[in-house]
Design a protein around this ligand. Structure first.
Ligand code: OGA
Ligand code: MN
Length: 281
């Protein structure tokens, strides 16, 4: 008679308001037995780090599928990983667009239902001191706002578009380039996302262009003021990568950004994503 052994989640806190490290073995993760607990932990902690888990691409895809619905990079794409690097030689189609990933952002603010989570694994790290990935917990940041501030921003709406992020890395774009970015579209989103769970998170990031009904200065003060708050030391964690690390972030309750690195240094990340389950509301 064999005794069925139940896999137990092994996790430790990284910082009080963001991040947990998961220490289970690869086989335990791939078994799917703790997938439900990992989903809950992700929602609670914003970011999960799996140090040196060393997944192959197939294993990363399989692990992703244990957690929810695999989201292809574009509708209809096969179930494969995406290469994330600023190196134009490695990534001719999206290295330009990834320049926006150097600024605090949420993935997929163009979609009514943004992706639930991204899984990023490090194949080749950049030199130490460069190319960390920063994460900010926008649930905790909202929760800790003073009540008057919460009341002030509760019902505000913000126009988002990738064109707004272009100005972060190219302050004087040509009209043709701006029009190219504008073609991707714009979307009006709530500033405070009221989740089905009852929790609330802030929807801010470099795609935020303006607060509806406010002057340019008022908009900037609201958006940049909240970002300044949400990216303070209490709510953030900066992950220094080792080859083989995997990090998952809850894209509905965090922002993230790549910290600067030399695009030609060889840094290579492989990303998979989980389909969103809840519209911005
Ligand atoms: C992403 C992203 C950050 C990084 O893959 O969506 O923003 O550090 N990556 O490469
Ligand atoms: Mn991103």
């Amino acid at each position: 008679m064999s005794l069925a052994t139940k896999v137990e989640l092994k996790a430790e806190t990284i910082k009080p308001k963001i991040g947990s490290r998961v220490l289970n073995a690869k086989e335990e993760l791939l078994s799917g037995e703790i997938a439900g607990e990992l989903r809950d932990l992700l929602e609670a902690r914003g970011v999960l780090v799996f140090p040196k888990i060393d997944f192959t691409d197939d294993e990363q895809v399989a692990f992703t599928k244990t957690l929810g619905t695999f989201a292809p990079e574009r509708p209809g794409d096969p179930e494969v990983i995406s290469k994330i690097t600023l190196d134009v030689k490695e990534n001719p189609s999206s290295a330009e667009y990834l320049k926006g990933s150097l600024y605090w952002h949420i993935d997929g603010t163009r979609n009514g239902v943004p992706i639930l989570a991204s899984l990023l694994s490090c194949k080749i790290p950049s030199p130490k001191g460069t190319g960390n990935t920063g994460f900010a917990n926008t649930y905790s940041a909202y929760d800790d706002l003073p009540d008057e501030k919460k009341a002030e921003i509760e019902d505000l709406r913000v126009v988002h578009g990738p064109w707004a992020s272009l100005f972060y890395y190219e302050p004087e774009p040509s009209l043709a380039k701006l029009e190219g970015y504008a073609q991707v579209g714009e979307q009006e989103l709530p500033l405070v996302w009221k989740h089905k769970s009852g929790r609330k998170s802030l929807v801010i990031g470099c795609t935020a262009a303006e607060v509806v009904g406010k002057s340019a200065l008022e908009s900037a003060k609201i958006i940049h003021g909240l970002r300044d708050w949400a990216t303070g030391p209490d709510f953030t964690y900066s992950h220094e990568w080792e080859a083989g690390d995997l990090v998952i972030w809850d894209n509905t309750g965090t922002m993230h950004r790549a910290e600067p690195y030399d695009p030609t240094c060889g840094r290579m990340m492989h990303r998979t994503k989980l389909e969103g389950e809840e519209p911005f509301a």
